[in-house]
Design a protein around this ligand. Structure first.
Ligand code: FAD
Length: 322
């Protein structure tokens, strides 16, 4: 595999796309270049809290320098082995945790040397005391969110094929559904579609993002997405569900599936026309989504199980939940 990228030029085009000068690029996605036994040692470049003061919990945007040695494609994940001993297996190192990569293969600096993550700090809320118990906080997410520029980090991967962005058809339609940090792979897709000038991928289809978070302060990469809306109104749609601020049609909390339901006619039409649909975020998001899609299908006189089987068979259905 050979990936050589020269320093990009910032385009003077009014549409502000960044010209990424790629001289050679792999034709297959890189997979498991670094394994658990011999991880790559990368360096933390930056860590930034990206949610407002009223967001429940903390989410950070973390940029890791891999010096171009751990190339990946949009939609893939890296593994991170946090330092220290595995509390469940004394004497053994901590186990690997996966994080979806939130940048394109060229990284946030367009030089092919970095990968970015969108990490939510895992905390443990003790139901008995009604307080946070720091002794039970998540090991790797806290290690990453607490890390400082220059800190070393053990990387494995890249891994994952289900969320790779199909690029054969530049006019394809992509419906992306995220809850919280599930936004990560889509940030990568959207930068590739709308921010970078890629000679082999001149996107002219539709990218429709449904993002579900708790409240306005919890929105992730909102400014970036709003820029795409302004610049590419015919190619990008962006709908948000704020569970603690908005109400759905029946007066309940607004979850991402309620937003999809609002647009179900269009969503089903797009799927019938071959659109890809992606789901990424917490595992718990899927039952509610599946129930909604099934109800909508029934109301349209369709059988959801049959439709789902067709979507899977046609490789239109992409799920990565954790
Ligand atoms: P762990 O230490 O593994 O703990 C897990 C949970 O258990 C925590 O909530 C912790 O508070 C709780 N806990 C710890 N001890 C106890 C105890 N004694 N009793 C009860 N509870 C306890 N995460 C992201 O933030 N962003 C991503 O983009 C992302 N992408 C992913 C992609 C994939 C493909 C997968 C599989 C996962 C992804 N994850 C992502 C999740 C990530 O891998 C980790 O699972 C997550 O960060 C939590 O790991 P941790 O080490 O912080 O928590």
């Amino acid at each position: 595999m050979l990936v050589i990228i020269t320093t990009p030029l910032v385009s003077t085009d009014p549409d502000k796309r960044v010209e990424v000068k790629v001289r050679f690029e792999a034709t297959e996605p890189p997979l498991n270049t670094y394994k658990n036994k011999e991880p790559y040692i990368g360096t933390i470049k930056s860590v930034k809290r990206i949610v407002g003061p009223n967001a429940p919990g903390e989410t950070c945007h973390i940029v890791i320098d891999h010096e171009g040695n751990v190339p990946y494609w949009e939609g893939q994940s890296y593994g991170i082995i946090p330092p220290g001993e595995n509390p469940k297996k004394p004497g053994m190192p901590n186990s690997v945790r996966l994080y979806s990569i939130a940048s394109t293969r060229y990284g946030d600096d367009f030089d092919g040397r970095t990968a970015s993550f969108c990490v939510r700090r895992a905390v443990y809320w003790d139901p008995e005391t009604g307080k946070e118990d720091p002794s039970k906080k998540g090991i790797c997410s806290n290690f990453l969110c607490d890390s400082k520029p220059g800190d070393k980090v053990q990387i494995t991967g890249p891994s994952g094929k289900v969320m790779l962005l199909p690029e054969e058809d530049s006019k394809a339609k992509h419906i992306m559904v995220a809850t919280g940090t599930g936004i990560a792979p889509y940030r990568g897709y959207l930068r590739r579609m709308f921010m970078e000038d890629i000679p082999t991928f001149k996107f002219d289809g539709l990218a429709w993002l449904f993002l579900g978070v708790a409240n306005t302060d919890s929105l992730l990469y909102d400014a970036e997405f709003k820029d795409y809306l302004k610049m590419y109104p015919d190619n990008f749609r962006y709908d948000i569900a704020l569970s603690r601020e908005q109400r759905n049609a029946s007066g309940g909390k607004m979850y991402v599936q309620d937003k999809i339901e609002e647009y179900s006619e269009e969503v089903f039409k797009l799927l019938d026309e071959g659109a890809h649909i992606y789901f990424c975020g917490l595992r718990g998001m899927m039952p509610g989504i599946q129930d909604t899609l099934s109800r909508v299908a029934n109301a349209r006189g369709e059988n959801w199980e049959t439709k789902l089987a067709t979507l899977k068979k046609n490789k239109q259905w992409h799920v990565e939940v954790y």
